[in-house]
Design a binder for this molecule. Structure first.
Ligand code: DQA
Length: 144
C-alpha cells in the first residue's frame, strides 16, 4: 500500500526557512525518516507543491485510490476552502487524512489559530517537528 505525504507552500524550503521554528532538516531528511519507519511493502509517496490546484489534484487522486493521506497544508491551512472541500472528499466514509504541522500553530500568530482543514480531517498532530509526521504514519499503519 501507499501513504501519500503531501506538503503545501514553502515547505520545499525546509532546512533554510526559519530554522528556529521549523528546524534545520529538509524534506529529503523527512522522506528518509518516514521510509525508515514504513514496514516492508509500504510505499511512502512524499510530495511538495506551492500550487493550490496541484495539491487539490493530489487529494482527488487519493479520494479515487483510497490511499491514506498525511497532509501538511502549510499556509493553506488557514484559508483555503478549496483545499478543505478536497480533503473532505478523501475523508468520505472509510478514508483517512491526518493534518500535521511541524510547529504548534496555536502558540503562534492569531491568524494561525484557525484551520479550515481540521473540521474534515480524521485527526490533527501539531507541534512535534518531523515527529508530527512520524506519529501520523504510525497511526496510519495502526489503523490499516
Ligand atoms: C505549518 C504552520 C503554518 O502556519 C505555516 O504557514 C507553515 C507550516 C507547520 O508545519 O508548522 O507553512 O503548517
Amino acid at each position: 500500500p501507499t501513504v501519500l505525504v503531501l506538503n503545501g507552500p514553502n515547505l520545499g524550503r525546509l532546512g533554510s526557512r526559519e530554522p528556529d521554528v521549523y528546524g534545520a532538516a529538509d524534506l529529503a531528511a523527512l522522506r528518509r525518516l518516514l521510509e525508515a519507519v514504513a514496514p516492508e511493502g509500504w510505499n511512502v509517496d512524499l510530495r511538495q507543491t506551492d500550487d493550490e490546484g496541484e495539491l487539490i489534484g493530489w487529494l482527488h487522486e487519493a479520494a479515487d485510490s483510497g490511499s491514506p493521506v498525511i497532509l501538511n497544508p502549510a499556509a493553506f491551512t488557514h484559508y483555503s476552502y478549496g483545499l478543505r472541500d478536497a480533503a473532505a472528499l478523501v475523508t468520505k466514509p472509510g478514508g483517512t487524512l491526518i493534518e500535521v504541522h511541524i510547529s504548534n500553530p496555536h502558540a503562534r500568530e492569531t491568524f494561525r489559530h484557525t484551520s479550515v482543514i481540521s473540521g474534515v480531517a480524521t485527526g490533527v498532530i501539531a507541534g512535534f517537528g518531523f515527529d508530527s509526521y512520524r506519529l501520523a504514519l504510525l497511526q496510519v499503519l495502526a489503523s490499516a
